[in-house]
Design a protein around this ligand. Structure first.
Ligand code: G16
Length: 542
């Protein structure tokens, strides 16, 4: 029985960098989730009579949301829904499933690296039929619909069984419950040289993968320990929990503490990695060595020819604007195009779909390729393991050789979290007004060559995305960037990104924060960030 429920709009349902993310309690308001889901069905008309993929990272409220979405999908005429068993699908696996079964899109439930649990965050986003996060025009259309919504449709139903792979039905709609891991694992086997990695692990190379009690646990256990033969226990925190064990499932130096301590101990494993809440981010470590995400993209690009799937070369490399320019140097060396996009994986979609780019990466611990339309944590780990298996050198040696060849882009990001939103916005507005007057002046002893608010012209559909971050560029390639995060759920998160290029191998082993200090000081003085926010230090440094 289809019920039509009367509702009124919520004014705050504009998707951010990656979907709608709010506190769980916010989503628990009557009709809040339903309004957003109905706006998806109202605007994505191909779903009527089509196939929809549904899955999430297993955080608190995931199971409840899956039930609601299934009942609403049936009421809105969806023909078939493919659901990961238990309502689980990592974000890259959801992308892979959308593509493999040629569906009309998917709804992914996740707040990514944000904390989970009853007091944590929840999120929902729509991915299009290419498997990627919906483009801005689509998220804006969904948002516009949430502002005028008056009704939603839902069928009455008992709790729908979603825990075992099987095919069932809800009214006329088929529900196919699939194993969340197998399609993804198969895809990974098709891209990498599993035999070479297996041989390397069998001959003593040790690894530690921290799944952070999030969605990648079952994927990593199956692929790394099951199919590749890594020693049992190589995957730590491998059981997904609704509150991620009370931790912040963000794979960086601050939050993957246990892993970082082990990799920097006296007897470290050879390789370490972590992934986030929904499995799309990655952090790569070697014994006593941290690879910045920007360097990771550059090293992967420079070594891609060693990997079966990328043996024939890359068409191009894309990175988000705040990501360091290290990958651009590799692109120049390879004689291929490079692209600079706004922050947000959705901006890579057109470049991948049109074959302009093969590899994409972001400073926020994300890398991936055209095999899916999301960033992919475990894929990046396998890419690195494949490089190690071929080169038979340590992570540190590979990165240091890379710097010698291409120069080193020293890089850091300082985050000031939960800053008063009006204060943060005012800071950005004031700073933007000063940008034109900075060009040609000196800051931290360096000449400012350009300063602007980044605007992106998509080369494929000619859409323009303005206001994507304030950047101050210097004539030696250094950059200072200010940006407001689009994924936080409390106040504003102000991100300060600093980069300095160092071609001299003698100076490439210096300490990052020390090398970058003059630029950091200049950025703080210019913006008055600490005085205005009342903070004396960033909350997180990566
Ligand atoms: C999302 C986006 C990424 C973006 C990141 C950080 O990642 O998909 O493209 O780089 O947020 O965004 P912000 O700086 O606006 O917080 P995820 O892993 O949270 O989905």
């Amino acid at each position: 029985m289809i019920q039509t429920i009367t509702t009124t709009p919520f004014s705050d349902q504009r998707p951010g960098t990656s979907g709608l993310r709010k506190k769980v309690s916010h989503f628990q308001q009557p009709h809040y989730l339903e309004n957003f889901v109905q706006a998806i069905f109202d605007t994505q008309t191909a779903l009527k009579g089509g196939t929809l993929v549904v899955g999430g990272d297993g955080r608190y409220y995931n199971r409840h949301a899956v039930q609601i979405i299934l009942r609403m999908a049936a009421a809105n005429g969806v023909n078939r829904v493919i659901v990961g068993a238990g309502g689980l699908l990592s974000t890259p696996a959801a992308s892979a499933v959308i593509r493999k079964y040629q569906t009309q899109g998917g709804i992914i439930l996740s707040a990514s690296h944000n904390p989970g649990g009853e007091d944590g965050d929840f999120g929902i986003k729509f991915n299009s039929d290419n498997g990627g996060p919906a483009a801005e025009q689509i998220t804006e259309a969904i948002y516009a619909r949430t502002k005028t919504i008056t009704h939603y449709a839902i069928v009455e139903s008992e709790e729908i069984a979603i825990d075992q792979p099987q095919t069932t039905a809800l009214g006329e709609m088929a529900i196919e419950i699939i194993d969340p891991v197998s399609d993804y694992a198969e895809l990974m086997e098709s891209l990498f040289d599993f035999n070479a990695i297996r041989t390397m692990l069998a001959s003593g190379t040790t690894l530690r993968f921290d799944a952070m009690h999030a969605i990648t646990g079952p994927y990593a256990t199956e692929i790394l320990e099951g199919r590749l033969g890594a020693a049992p226990g190589s995957v730590i925190n491998g059981i997904p929990l609704p509150d991620f064990g009370g931790h912040h499932p963000d794979p960086n130096l601050a939050h993957a503490k246990e892993l970082v301590e082990e990799l920097f101990s006296a007897t470290p494993p050879d390789f370490g990695a972590a992934s986030d809440g929904d499995g799309d981010r990655n952090m790569i470590l070697g014994a006593n060595f941290f690879v910045t995400p920007s360097d990771s993209l550059a090293v992967m690009a420079a070594n891609a020819h060693l990997i079966p799937a990328y043996r024939n070369g890359l068409s191009g490399i894309a990175r988000s604007m705040p990501t360091s320019c290290a990958a651009d140097r590799v692109a120049a060396h390879l004689g291929i195009d490079h692209y600079e996009t706004p922050t947000g994986w959705k901006f890579f979609g057109n470049l991948l779909d049109s074959g302009r780019a093969t590899l994409c990466g972001e400073e926020s611990f994300g890398t991936s390729s055209g095999h899916v339309r999301e960033k992919d944590g475990l894929w990046a780990v396998l890419f690195w393991l494949n490089i190690l298996a071929v080169r038979q050198e340590s992570v540190a040696a590979i990165v240091q050789q890379h710097w010698q060849q291409f120069g080193r882009n020293f890089y850091t990001r300082h985050d000031y979290e939960a800053v008063d939103a009006t204060t943060a916005q005012q800071l950005m507005t004031d700073l933007e007004q000063r940008l034109p007057s900075l060009v040609g002046t000196e800051l931290a002893g360096l000449e400012v060559s350009s300063a602007d608010n980044f605007s992106y012209l998509d080369p494929v559909d000619a859409s323009v995305s303005k206001g994507q971050g304030l950047r101050i560029c210097f004539s030696d390639g250094s950059r200072i960037i200010f940006r407001l995060s689009g994924t936080g759920t409390v106040g504003a998160t102000l991100r300060l990104y600093i980069e300095k290029y160092e071609p001299d191998p003698q100076r490439q082993s210096e300490e990052t924060q020390t090398i970058l200090q003059p630029l950091i000081t200049a950025a703080l003085e210019l913006s008055q960030l600490q005085q205005r926010s009342g903070r004396s230090a960033p909350d997180v440094i990566t």
